[in-house]
Design a protein around this ligand. Structure first.
Ligand code: SF4
Length: 84
């Protein structure tokens, strides 16, 4: 699963393809939707492994939100015997 956390970035590479005219950030709604999607996907496909790639912009701009979301996902994986 690839999660684009934000399009914000602390660099300004000349080859950047990210549209930064309108900055999007991680919202509570996004957090809820990602957890909901993982639960739905697990129920439907009974996945045994979950691998997440964080992307952006620069994903670490949203480090605190990544940690919070990761904790919830890891907890869900532990309860359901999914390798994270
Ligand atoms: S998003 Fe990537 S390519 Fe764009 S400025 Fe940031 S580091 Fe450079």
């Amino acid at each position: 699963m690839t999660i684009a956390v934000t399009n914000e970035c602390n660099l300004n590479c000349i080859f950047c393809y990210v549209n930064k005219k309108k900055i999007y950030k991680f919202s509570f709604e996004t957090h809820k939707n990602i957890i909901g999607f993982i639960k739905y996907y697990y129920e439907k496909y009974k996945i045994k492994k979950l691998f997440i790639t964080w992307t952006g912009g620069e994903p670490l701009v949203e480090f605190d939100n990544i940690v919070k979301l990761s904790e919830e996902i890891i907890n869900f994986c532990c309860i359901n015997d999914i390798r994270f």
